[in-house]
Design a protein around this ligand. Structure first.
Ligand code: ADE
Length: 236
């Protein structure tokens, strides 16, 4: 899968995604990342890419020309262009799964007071927010999305760290995890996990996932994939 980021801070994005699982997938060529510096398409001798807002007001607005030229340098022309903005639809795991099915994605990162509205009308297909707070620019948000989407691409996670059982996979929070030692300063690992009885372990984990979701994020239960047995467990 190929990610292209249109940004004023390409080094920041490159560095932010260079480590760990995503960094390795980039090295192995399972994922591709291309960061395009919008300033390279300024087209004036001061490399200016922003200007004062028409109608007055605070801050600067990114001009449409440099962004359009940066976008047009992408070959082949992308199907989806995500603009990172607090005004967008809130990013979640379901959107990550849906975007992970694309072959390539372009992310447009705004700065200052945002981008000229005409560029949104012209090239953006998806406006996305990563949460109800204001960042100084779209780069961190793009990195969050690329991390969450990239790890869903086949071959990025090893089988042993696959996402099949993790939080949100079936709309539930994940069950608690333990590793050695079996007793840590008086705190014991739940007996069932040491039993070797896989049926019991699976059932215990499912119940823990249900209990946790009920306690910490009851809102998630409405959309979760629950069996009749799960529903009965919750009722009791
Ligand atoms: N740009 C500024 N704030 C943002 C947010 N919360 N999500 C996405 N892009 C942003």
């Amino acid at each position: 899968m190929k990610f292209t980021v249109l940004t004023l801070f390409p080094e920041h994005v490159q560095a932010g995604l260079g480590a760990s699982v995503i960094g390795k997938a980039l090295e192995r060529g399972i994922l591709e990342l291309s960061c395009i510096n919008i300033r390279d398409f300024a087209g004036n001798k001061h490399n200016q890419v922003d200007d004062y807002p028409y109608g007055g007001g605070a801050g600067m607005v990114m001009q449409p020309g440099p962004i359009l030229r940066a976008y047009e340098s992408i070959q082949p022309r992308p199907k989806r262009v995500v603009y990172l903005t607090p005004q967008g639809k809130t990013f979640d795991q379901e959107m990550a799964f849906s975007l992970a099915r694309e072959e390539s994605l372009v992310f447009l990162c705004g700065h200052y007071e945002g981008v000229d509205e005409r560029i949104i009308d012209r090239i953006v297909t998806d406006e996305v927010s990563i949460g109800d707070y204001i960042l100084t620019g779209g780069e961190m948000a793009a990195m969050v999305m690329i991390d969450a989407i990239g790890r869903l691409v086949d071959g990025v996670l090893s089988n042993s760290s696959s996402y099949e059982n993790e939080s949100f996979h079936q709309g539930l929070l994940e069950y608690p995890q333990y590793t050695r030692p079996a007793a840590f300063e008086g705190q014991e690992v739940p007996e069932v996990l040491l039993s070797g009885h896989h049926g019991n372990i699976d059932r215990w984990r499912r119940e823990q996932a249900l209990v946790r979701t009920l306690r910490k994020r009851p809102d998630l239960l409405e959309k979760a994939e629950l069996t009749e047995k799960d529903r009965e467990f919750i009722r009791n």
